[in-house]
Design a protein around this ligand. Structure first.
Ligand SMILES: NC(=O)c1ccc[n+]([C@@H]2O[C@H](COP(=O)([O-])OP(=O)(O)OC[C@H]3O[C@@H](n4cnc5c(N)ncnc54)[C@H](O)[C@@H]3O)[C@@H](O)[C@H]2O)c1
Ligand SMILES: O=P(O)(O)OC[C@H](O)CO
Length: 308
């Protein structure tokens, strides 16, 4: 098989981090991959210079991953159709709210044999279930410091990634309200229970063991202690500013996934009259949309179905 061309669709914080990993792997495995990796960059001006120009000359995404050098042969391209032209592997890594618009542009403009990998945390993307292809794609991402496990329960992996952002938002509210570690642990536990229940109901067939992979409990802990959703949610309580305003002020262009995911999940719960069975997901949505004050969050969890 000829070396495969890789395009990274996205260039935010995670997009840039994965560009470093993928770019180095492509250089190290020229028999498998074209060493030139393209990266679609949503163009913006930084101190009067185009971000693509800065990345292509300084080999650093100075806005979204400051201080980390990207491999020289990762090339930033501002047009997504140009960036993906001729690519065999498209790595999607952009905030989920922009996926639809980007895919509309790509429709009819990519190699018919191209495969897509999504690193996006969302509920929306149907994935293929090809373990052979999974092993091949593992070579794109695996490094000595970034280990990949190929699992067949791909829906649960993706849904875990999306739902943990809601739990992280709740954890941030807890921190902002000044509660201690026991309350936060209770929120994380109930959040995990709701994640499992949500998968059971909406995506039957998921395996409980998947929640013990990195995508489950490990990502949940990371995001509830260190993530952007947690940080902004804490500031929401402490400052009284809106989530939108804090996202702009605190994240410098990076995007929160928790509040929009809570909105999407609430839409699914409401449609099945199931809000009461998911008090944590429901409370986060109601707080983010101003329906209830954040001070009511813990009250909403006191009669959680897990306690009945
Ligand atoms: N950052 C992490 O640690 C991390 C880890 C794992 C997964 N993820 C997931 O990866 C995905 C991408 O997150 P990220 O952290 O790379 O992004 P980010 O939040 O750091 O960056 C936002 C990106 O959106 C782009 N953008 C802004 N307006 C746009 C528009 N109108 N159209 C298209 N793009 C626009 C920006 O240029 C920037 O590249 C998300 O689903 C996230 O949950 C993130
Ligand atoms: O910073 P957050 O809260 O968007 O979380 C980032 C990653 O998803 C954690 O793996």
């Amino acid at each position: 098989m000829a070396p495969q061309k890789i395009c990274i669709v996205g260039s935010g914080n995670w997009g840039s981090a994965i560009a470093k990993i993928v770019g180095n792997n492509a250089l190290a495995k020229p028999d498998q991959f074209d060493p030139d990796v393209s990266m679609w960059v949503f163009e913006e001006q930084i101190n009067g210079h185009k971000l693509t120009h800065i990345i292509n000359t300084q080999h650093e995404n100075v806005k979204y991953l400051k201080g980390i050098k990207l491999p020289d042969r990762v090339v930033a391209i501002p047009d997504v159709v140009d960036a993906s032209r001729g690519a065999d592997i498209l790595v999607f890594v952009l905030p989920h709210q922009f996926v639809h618009g980007v895919c509309e542009k790509l429709k009819g403009n990519i190699k018919p044999t191209a495969v897509a990998v999504t690193l996006i945390k969302t509920l929306k993307i149907p994935c293929c279930k090809d373990t052979q292809l999974g092993q091949h794609l593992k070579a794109v991402f695996q490094t000595s410091y970034f280990r990949i496990v190929v699992v067949e329960d791909e829906t649960t992996v993706e849904v875990c990634g999306a739902l943990k952002n809601i739990v992280a938002t709740a954890a941030g509210f807890t921190d902002g309200l000044g509660y201690g570690d026991n309350t936060k642990a209770a929120v994380i536990r109930l959040g995990l229970m709701e994640m499992i229940k949500f998968c059971e109901i909406f995506y039957p067939g998921s395996s409980l063991s998947t929640f013990f992979e990195s995508c489950g409990i490990a990502d949940l802990i990371t995001t509830c202690y260190g993530g952007r959703n947690r940080r902004v949610a804490e500031a929401f309580v402490k400052t009284g500013k809106s989530i939108e305003q804090l996202e702009k002020e605190m994240l410098d262009g990076q995007k929160l996934q928790g509040p929009p995911t809570a909105f999407e999940v609430n839409y699914m719960l409401k449609a099945r009259d199931m809000e009461e069975r998911f008090p944590l997901f429901t409370a986060v949505h109601r707080i983010c949309t101003g329906v209830i004050p954040v001070q009511e969050m813990v009250q909403c969890l006191k009669n959680h179905p897990e306690h009945m």
